[in-house]
Every structure is written in C-alpha cells, then in structure tokens.
Design a protein around this ligand. Structure first.
Ligand code: PLP
Length: 397
C-alpha cells in the first residue's frame, strides 16, 4: 500500500458493517467479579469474555499480584535469557508442567507468541504444516513466519487431513489445530489426528486455549477429556488469559522440546519477560481452579442451560458442549443489530464478523462463565429471542 489518505479505507469498512469498535469499561459493577461491567454509565452483563472460571477479577489473584509487585517490582526489566527470569516464572512453569503432566512447560507473554514460537521452531522452509481451516489466526501466522508451506484441511475433518498428508510432496513437519475452536465452541477430532500425525512422523500441536481449565474430569483440558497422552500430543499450547483469568501462555512438552524453544524461538528470546506479578496471579488462579472444581462444572451447566433455552425459543444455536455458544446470524448487519438490541437490554455480546469468521458465518459469540447466574442466562435468552425473531436472520434454521 502506497502512502495515501487512509480515511476512505475506514469508510469502506464502515459501509460494509465491518468497522470494529472498542468499548471502554469504566469499572466492575460487582467487586470481585467481571460478569457485570459499568460501561458508559450503564451496567451490562458481560456474555463475551473468556473468563470461563470467573477468576479475572478474583481478589486472590489481585492480592497475589499486588504482593508480588511490592516484592519484586511491576516490570521484569529484561528478557528471560538476560535478567528478566524470576522465581515466580520458574515456580509457575513447574506448576504448569505438573498440571499438564508434561516434563516441562515454558512461559510466554501471549498465546499468539507461543504459537509463533512453536511453529517457527518445528517447521522449516521446504516443509509443510497442516492446519484445520478454522484454526486460530496465531497458528496461521506462525506458519507464515516459519516459511513452511501452509495447507489447510476442512474443519474437523481428519479423513481429509489424512488424505492431504498422504499426497504431500514436501515433508509434513507439523499438524496443528485448536483443541476447542474459539469462534465455534466445538472440538477437534484429536484421537484421529493423533493417529494420523504419528503414522506420518509429524508433530501434533494442540492449542487448547479454550479447553484448559474447563474440560476434562479435573480441568486439564481436551487432552484429559479425550484421554490422550503426551506421546499422542507431544506439543500442548495453553493460554492463561482465558479460563485462568490472568495473562500469558505456555507450551508444555518434553524437556528437549522446551530446551529447543529456549534456544531457538525468536518470540521467546527477543522480548521482555512477562512481569512476575502476572505470573504470581496465575499461580493463584491455578490453585483456585484446582481447589474449586464447581467453577468448571458451573460454566458448563450454564452453557447447557443457555443452549436448551435458546433452542426452545427458536433461536438457531450451534452444536457446542463448551462455554462458547455461537448464535449464527448470517450477515454482519443482522449480527450488529442483535448486538445493539442486547446492549440496550443490558447484555454485552459482540458480533463476530469477517475476517474473524468467513462471510456468511457472522455470529454472536456468547460465552458463559462461573460468575453468571441462572436468571441472567434466562434473561439473555428472552431478549435474544425477541431480537432474533424481529430481525429474522437470512439463515434462520
Ligand atoms: C486467544 C487465543 C490465542 C491467543 O492467546 P493470547 O494469550 O490471547 O495471545 C491463541 N489460540 C487460541 C485458540 C486462542 O483462542
């Protein structure tokens, strides 16, 4: 793009109903919970966050953060390989390794960077990486950064993945997928992908950003739910800003994998270490998540309540057994109209549009968390159903 006036580009987005807007949160409406937010002088129930366990505003996390900040300072001062690596980081890495049942875990500043790091380290120019078509943008960007060839298989279609693998002219280094898909809430066919990746000697990378802390009998995520071992899935990526209510991410795997990432991964080496107080807050979150399994079961139960009530009210809900409950609307305009109707009634839900989802797949992404109440879920469905039937989405099912 040459230097030119940029306003027309923005106007084009506006015209196509694709302009995105940030909303500024003034404060929490209820201390200790971010399920209700004060925004522009109004109180809104937030059904759009990834705070599945209701931990982001938990006083224990805030206290851990404050205590650590007083002790070691707010900033880490340098990258991990210089002088930015502290006790909180080391302790959190050990706890994450134990939690995931892996030899080691490596902390990253964000999940985006963790995925870039994994793909740049495991895939090379002249090799292929296979991704589910609906994989998170950071997996796609990781492949682009690695210089490997990107091939995408149809969503959750392990048979198609196997077919692509069999025909690949260049060696397939990595098969990667989200565990739980961020905009759909459905799950990857991991057992089949594990078998295929192993048969072709490719690394299987699972990004369980939305399953970790929520799925499985003790919250260890989709691998626990599907009973998959470290042999089946040698590379596990998890994020800490979602169910764990904090910030950051990690890669868990063998000691050798983690050591290679430390040596080679540019998104690990050339960036300032995550502040230690953030790691301290995450450690508190891990403790609470394990001590209070009701948070996990509650988020899932509220999701089931939402799905059943929406279905009864004639709203087309997608088939998802996770706290992510998408309502497919089919156009950016209708999605925005329903978002506005919900906001007017006191519910914050965001219209998800292209390019986050394909054109025609526009939706409202509704998320349930342990901090919501049953009556709030029912009230949401009442307003949603009214708006849905008024706006009559083109794709009404
Ligand atoms: C949110 C998300 C990420 C990015 O994690 P951040 O820590 O927010 O950068 C990566 N992968 C998936 C599937 C996600 O949903």
């Amino acid at each position: 793009m040459q230097r030119q006036p940029l306003e027309p580009l923005l106007e084009r987005l506006e015209h196509a109903h694709l302009r995105r807007r940030r909303c500024t949160i003034d404060s929490l409406a209820v201390p200790g919970s971010r399920a209700e937010l004060n925004i522009a002088g109004r109180r809104l129930v937030d059904f759009s966050s990834n705070d599945y366990l209701g931990l982001a505003a938990h006083p224990e996390l805030a206290a851990a953060m404050a205590e650590s900040a007083v002790r070691v300072g707010a900033g880490s001062g340098a990258a991990h390989l210089i002088s930015g690596h502290g006790r909180e980081h080391a302790a959190l890495e050990e706890e994450l390794a134990a939690f995931t049942g892996r030899e080691r875990a490596l902390l990253f500043s964000t999940g985006y960077m963790a995925n870039l790091a994994v793909l740049c380290t495991l895939a090379d120019r002249g090799e292929t990486v296979l991704l589910d078509r609906l994989s998170h943008a950071s997996l796609i960007d990781g492949v682009l950064l690695s210089g490997a060839r990107l091939r995408r298989f149809p969503h959750a279609d392990a048979v198609a993945a196997e077919h692509l693998l069999g025909r690949a002219t260049m060696r397939t280094a990595v098969v990667a997928t989200d565990g739980v898909f961020s905009m759909d809430g459905d799950r990857a066919p991991l057992r089949a992908l594990a078998r295929i990746a192993r048969a072709h000697n490719a690394w299987l990378v699972v990004d369980d950003a939305h399953g970790l802390g929520v799925l499985g009998s003790t919250g260890r995520g989709i691998l626990q739910l599907d009973d998959l071992s470290a042999e089946d899935v040698p590379v596990l990526v998890g994020t800490l800003g979602k169910a764990f209510g904090s910030f950051g991410a990690f890669v868990a795997g063998s000691a050798a994998l983690i050591e290679l990432l430390v040596q080679k991964a540019r998104p690990y080496i050339y960036t300032t270490a995550l502040p230690q107080p953030v790691a301290a807050a995450t450690r508190a979150a891990l403790r609470i998540a394990q001590r209070e399994p009701w948070r996990r079961t509650r988020a899932l139960a509220l999701a089931a309540q939402f799905r059943a009530a929406a279905h009864d009210a004639g709203v087309a809900v997608a088939d998802s057994n996770t706290p992510i409950q998408p309502v497919l609307v089919g156009s950016a305009r209708a999605a925005l109209e329903i978002q506005q109707a919900l906001a007017q009634a006191g519910f914050w839900v965001v219209a998800i549009r292209s390019p986050t989802v394909p054109v025609g797949q526009e939706r409202l992404r509704i998320t349930l968390t342990a901090a919501h109440r049953e009556d709030q879920v029912q009230a949401l469905v009442d307003v949603l159903a009214r708006a849905w039937h008024q706006i009559r989405p083109e794709t009404a099912a």
